[in-house]
Design a protein around this ligand. Structure first.
Ligand SMILES: Cc1cc2nc3c(=O)[nH]c(=O)nc-3n(C[C@H](O)[C@H](O)[C@H](O)COP(=O)(O)OP(=O)(O)OC[C@H]3O[C@@H](n4cnc5c(N)ncnc54)[C@H](O)[C@@H]3O)c2cc1C
Length: 399
């Protein structure tokens, strides 16, 4: 039997950020971080685009807007302070046609409301910032969007604990035993408060505590292709997204080391860790997810039918490339290399309305706090979002 004050499930960016925040506030607090894999960041946190978003996509009263603006600033400071790679090249959002131009104005409007510095620029100004970027009349320039190496950030946080937070690897939460203890694959752990940051499994763990019962996680797979010419673009180049769903569309990212990639896709996956082939296949998950996806398809909730068809076509490399081709003036197809490490988004579905949750979701009961929808941009938001989770945990623990 292990005894601790706080047990956190999941050593992704959220679990690490919450542990870091609680440790800073209460250096004497005993904190255990459980991770089922043999290292941190094995899932979304180590497989994302590494973009520190500026915060202009999100509805002004949302948690995403609040935590992204602050999170961008906090993580930028952290990277600079610890000499971690950060490329502060900025980002462009470009329009394809008259219809998308309306989206450019809407994004500028959201940016203004969220207090994000953005510039509305014309085609000439665009070509001065990035000669290869292409738009219809106007574009958005976001100077505070930058890119980091996610694994480097995770590693800095994990090693920065200096054993003051114990990270137990290969330690999987199996079940809740009672209000103050859980069973893992190796131990029974007794705690005062539990914080669930389990990413793709956060809903399942939450259900054991009676929270988030009307939610289920639907996995969406993000594929990337490398472009073997670092000089293709000078800034990240994004399309105007459909603001009714949480995905930003296939875009060009300049990685922290200067390499260029396109992606990610948002292909509905069939089980939670459905990265490649049949690896980590789980029949129970397959049946549950297939049932939800079929329901979404038949009801066509949030235009899921179109989304599914368009996204599945992206398994075909030429079609995938075509999605990014309109963002730039010149692109050579033979310069695309292999697929890079894919990532899977843990997107929460409200099973009552059959709609995707657009904002972060956190639920609590007496002895536990559950982070149920830490979707993009939770990497950017993590330090700010982590403070909010720490506040909530302190409140119920009366600290
Ligand atoms: C393709 C892609 C691109 C993205 N791009 C960006 C971006 O550019 N910028 C941005 O800000 N965000 C981006 N995101 C979103 C971001 O990566 C996620 O929001 C964030 O990483 C979520 O962190 P997390 O800690 O909640 O989840 P995770 O990283 O999934 O961590 C959860 C951890 O819990 C562990 N776990 C699960 N179950 C158990 C259990 N039973 N016992 C013990 N441990 C368990 C898992 O092994 C995992 O390590 C992207 C995501 C994807 C998939």
């Amino acid at each position: 039997m292990i005894k601790t004050d706080i047990v956190i499930i999941g050593a992704g960016i959220m679990g690490l950020a919450v542990a870091r925040e609680l440790h800073h506030r209460h250096p004497g607090l005993r904190i255990i971080l459980l991770e089922k894999e043999d290292t941190f960041g094995h899932h979304a946190s180590g497989r994302n685009s590494g973009i520190l978003h500026a915060g202009f996509y999100y509805a002004p009263d949302s948690l995403k807007a609040k935590f992204t603006v602050e999170g961008n600033r906090l993580l930028t400071e952290y990277c600079l302070q610890h000499n971690l790679s950060i490329n502060r090249c900025g980002k462009l959002v470009v329009a394809k046609d008259e219809e998308e131009l309306k989206g450019i104005y809407e994004l500028k409007n959201r940016g203004d409301k969220n207090g994000v510095h953005l510039q509305l620029i014309d085609e000439l100004e665009l070509s001065q910032l990035d000669p290869n970027a292409k738009t219809h009349c106007k574009a958005i320039y976001s100077p505070t969007t930058s890119v980091v190496n996610p694994k480097e950030v995770l590693s800095q946080i994990a090693t920065g604990f200096n054993n003051s937070v114990s990270i137990l690897y290969n330690e999987k939460f199996i079940q809740r035993k009672d209000a103050h203890s859980i069973v893992t694959n190796k131990n029974t752990i007794q705690y005062k408060h539990l914080i669930n940051c389990a990413g793709l499994y956060a809903d399942k763990i939450g259900h054991q505590y009676g929270v988030g019962k009307h939610y289920a996680l639907i996995p969406f797979k993000g594929l990337y292709l490398e472009y073997k010419d670092r000089n293709l673009i000078q800034k990240h180049i994004y399309p105007v997204p459909n603001l009714k769903n949480p995905f930003l569309g296939v875009h060009f990212t300049k990685m922290a080391d200067g390499r260029v990639k396109i992606g990610p896709t948002a292909i509905p996956a069939l089980w939670r860790e459905n990265y490649q082939g049949l690896s980590r296949f789980n029949l129970g998950e397959f049946i549950e997810i297939f049932r939800y996806e079929t329901k979404l398809f038949l009801r066509n909730s949030f235009n899921f039918r179109d989304l599914a068809f368009t996204e599945i076509k992206k398994y075909y490399k030429k079609y995938f490339i075509k999605q990014a081709a309109h963002l730039v003036k010149k692109l050579e197809e033979d310069k695309f290399g292999d697929y890079l490490t894919p990532g899977i988004r843990a997107q929460l579905l409200d099973t009552r309305t059959m709609k995707l949750e657009m904002d972060f979701v956190v639920e609590q009961e007496d002895t536990s706090t559950h982070v149920l929808n830490a979707v993009s941009p939770a990497f950017t938001s993590s330090f700010s979002f982590g403070k909010c989770i720490a506040d909530k945990a302190e409140r119920v623990m009366k600290m």
